[in-house]
Design a protein around this ligand. Structure first.
Ligand code: NAP
Length: 310
């Protein structure tokens, strides 16, 4: 029987998937049609991203899974009409991109590149940076992305501490968990990277109290999600100089409103949610593999825990 796969991944991305998704489905040995306009009751699988009109999943009575194209699921995880299993995207291309963004921005701050890139008075500033081995970095979130970034930074000799909900063991990384673990992870973080999901438990995690636990002059990178940070507390920390710089890729409201203080703050760099994105080639293989698994009665990869919210 030919499976019906509804593509609900946003019109503007379909050209990226038009070739690799059918190719991956075929390579997985599946007989399927892919379209964006099946009768809801006929659909077997939904390939989904939140930037489209589909918000009511109740008519999709036969659908066996909703296969997300995004790593973050905060916009769908609380949808009460969604009764089907939900998976999120873990894609080697997405991970690779995040490792590049995080490593690049850590190195920018570690090496003090700005002082040499913008030097209108041609000052001879002889200030060699310390070695990476003397620059502790902390990553909040040791999932797919946090772990890959931690390993890449550790390979450059940064002493890396990671923090997660459950205790982890990763070679070369100091792994911490729990409230005490968070205090310890923050206390040494000359550079702090946020790679947590947005859930009720992580919202405003970086509040005034926790920001005060960071060393003087700490740099924050937030490619995770905007609501992880209390914006007023961060701005106060930046104004006082306690926080040396914040490089922010994600925000409560996106695009970041033109009048937001982040745009003009001298200690803030804004990047427009470009840290990483799902890559159609590799993501199509993940989608196809999950459909194959579902049809074979095997457990889905990267299934979202609806209670934990990620
Ligand atoms: P993931 O594999 O689900 O990892 C999430 C990590 O956060 C896990 O280590 C988890 O702990 C930890 N965590 C969750 N809730 C926690 C809590 N309350 N306290 C402590 N730790 C907690 O997710 P991922 O694939 O690495 O992605 C992380 C996030 O990156 C996504 O949710 C998304 O928001 C963001 N993202 C941003 C971009 C961008 O372009 N800016 C691109 C992709 C993703 P456990 O390991 O114990 O479960």
């Amino acid at each position: 029987m030919t499976l019906k796969i509804l593509y609900a991944g946003g019109d503007n991305r379909w050209p990226d998937y038009a070739r690799p998704l059918p190719a991956a489905i075929e390579a997985a040995g599946l007989d399927a049609e892919i379209a964006d306009d099946f009768a809801p009751g006929d659909v077997d699988y939904i390939v989904y991203a939140p930037n489209n009109d589909l918000t009511d999943f109740s008519p999709y009575t036969k659908a066996k899974a909703v296969l997300g194209l995004w790593a973050g699921v905060e916009q769908i995880v609380t949808n009460k009409t969604l009764t089907q299993p939900l998976t999120r995207m873990v894609d080697s291309g997405l991970t690779e991109g995040m490792v590049e963004w995080v490593t690049g921005h850590v190195l920018r701050h570690h090496l003090g590149m700005d002082a040499h890139i913008v030097n209108p008075d041609h000052e001879w500033r002889f200030s060699p940076p310390p070695l990476a081995r003397h620059r502790p970095v902390t990553i909040l979130g040791l999932g797919e992305l946090g772990t890959a970034c931690a390993q890449a930074l550790a390979a450059l000799n940064f002493p890396v501490t990671g923090w997660s909900r459950s205790q982890k063991r990763i070679d070369g990384i100091t792994c911490l968990a729990g409230e005490d673990g968070l205090a310890e992870a923050l206390s040494t973080a000359q550079i702090l990277v946020l790679l947590l999901p947005q859930t009720p438990a992580t919202e405003n995690l970086l509040n005034a109290t926790r920001l005060a636990e960071l060393p003087e002059g700490a740099v924050i990178l937030n490619p995770g999600r905007g609501p992880l940070i209390d914006d007023d507390a961060l701005l106060a920390g930046l104004d006082s100089g306690h926080i040396g710089h914040a490089t922010l890729d994600t925000f409560r409201v996106e695009p970041l409103p033109q009048d937001h203080r982040y745009w003009s703050h001298p200690r803030v760099t804004v990047t427009p949610h470009i840290a990483s994105e799902t890559r159609a080639e590799t993501a199509s293989e993940v989608i196809a593999e999950n459909i194959r698994r579902s049809e074979a009665g095997e457990p889905l990869l990267f299934r979202v825990d609806r209670t934990a919210g990620y």
